[in-house]
Design a protein around this ligand. Structure first.
Ligand SMILES: C[S@@+](CC[C@H](N)C(=O)[O-])C[C@H]1O[C@@H](n2cnc3c(N)ncnc32)[C@H](O)[C@@H]1O
Length: 343
């Protein structure tokens, strides 16, 4: 057997650091299992360093698997556990293109914690079986873009949909400034998406960028599209079967609510929004693609979300390591995660 330990990032949100370690174990299991690697004895254990998750594998981990671990939401450092309590530091190849700081710079009310966003992306990557070389990630309710930045950092193409024009604008401004200040090669343009009758459906901000100058010159750009439209109509402006993974943090039905483009009054039910949005997202998702959503259990129950997914023809992942992510965020939010795939 081979024994490893991941030292958890001490910068992780202290409010749910302990639960983060528990759900982080399931995330690691999902990541390694997706590569056919069986993990045993995965647990938080005292090995003389603070907050470490230990696990064992039959065969030694290849660089590809180490790289996957370095993309896990808790990752800070990785060690091989040797006899007599010795820790051998391992240096996985970096899983990132852009600096990790991209998703950490902005701070605002309503932001989804970036490590938790990374965990959701990892579950989606693990459940996705599209075999696409460069994944396309969509966040159909992207707020001010945490999922999009995490996707770009990871080397994916990304598509964001957001109904709040102000947030769309702020995301565009942030990204443009980030690219300029970091001296990253990029091209930005604004387009209009129109319907069959020529009527405008959405504004679209398009960014082609690369962390590496040579990659840009060789046309190996990462692509971002940001669309200001109601997510329930997003299929009208996003190419059919074009996304590998959909990752989003649903409105919690607490203070942010969900906005209906036609009726500006706040809607209170995340379940209604989910039921209306799922058919639209399904059109944009490739077959064997995966959806991962987080939501507030106080306003939406996992079993009701699962029923909505199944009614719309998705297959819900109802076995470990894709379940049991419930954790407390604050007094009004008990956050859970659901994972589903398109057959
Ligand atoms: C929990 S927030 C997402 C926050 C985001 N992950 C971030 O870190 O910035 C949910 C988002 O869904 C958006 N939203 C609500 N209803 C929507 C709809 N019908 N279509 C598109 N976006 C919607 C809200 O405006 C809000 O930005």
């Amino acid at each position: 057997m081979n024994h490893y330990a991941i030292l958890a990032n001490p910068g992780h949100n202290r409010i749910y650091f302990d639960t983060a370690l528990v759900i982080g174990c399931a995330e690691l299991q999902a990541l390694l299992q997706s590569k056919g690697i069986e993990v045993t004895n995965i647990e938080q254990r005292d090995i003389g360093v603070p907050a470490a998750i230990c696990f064992s594998t039959e065969t030694p981990l290849a660089p590809e698997a180490l790289q996957l671990l370095a993309a896990s939401s808790l990752y800070y450092a990785l060690f091989e556990l040797l006899p007599e309590g010795l820790l051998k530091p391992l240096t996985p190849p970096s899983p990132f293109t852009f600096p990790e700081g991209m998703s950490q710079i902005l701070r605002y009310t309503g932001k989804t914690n970036e490590q938790f966003t990374r965990l959701m992306i990892n579950l989606a990557v693990s459940a996705c079986k599209t075999q696409t070389e460069r994944l396309c990630l969509m966040d159909p309710m992207c707020g001010k873009g945490t999922t999009l930045y995490e996707g770009l950092i990871r080397g994916f193409d990304v598509i964001g949909v957001e109904i709040n024009q102000k947030w769309v604008h702020e995301t565009e401004v942030f990204l443009t400034k980030y690219m300029k200040q970091g001296r990253y090669k990029h091209k930005a343009k604004k387009e209009k998406r129109t319907g069959a009758n020529g009527k405008k459906l959405a504004d679209c901000f398009v960014l082609e960028c690369a962390a590496d100058k040579d990659a840009f010159n060789q046309g190996e750009n990462q692509n971002l599209k940001l669309l200001s439209i109601d997510t329930r109509e997003s299929h009208q402006v996003i190419k059919k079967n074009s996304c590998d993974i959909i990752v989003s943090d649903l409105p919690y039905g607490v203070q942010h609510g969900s906005k209906n483009a036609k009726a500006p009054k706040m809607e209170r039910s995340p379940l209604d929004l989910l039921k209306e949005a799922l058919p639209s997202w399904r059109q944009s998702l490739k077959s064997k693609g995966a959806v991962v959503l987080s939501f507030n259990e106080f306003t939406l129950k996992w079993k009701d979300a699962a029923a909505a997914f199944e009614e719309c023809g998705y297959i819900v992942k109802d076995q470990a390591p894709f379940i049991d992510y419930l954790h407390r965020v604050d007094q009004s939010i008990n956050r859970n995660v659901i994972v589903a795939v398109k057959p």
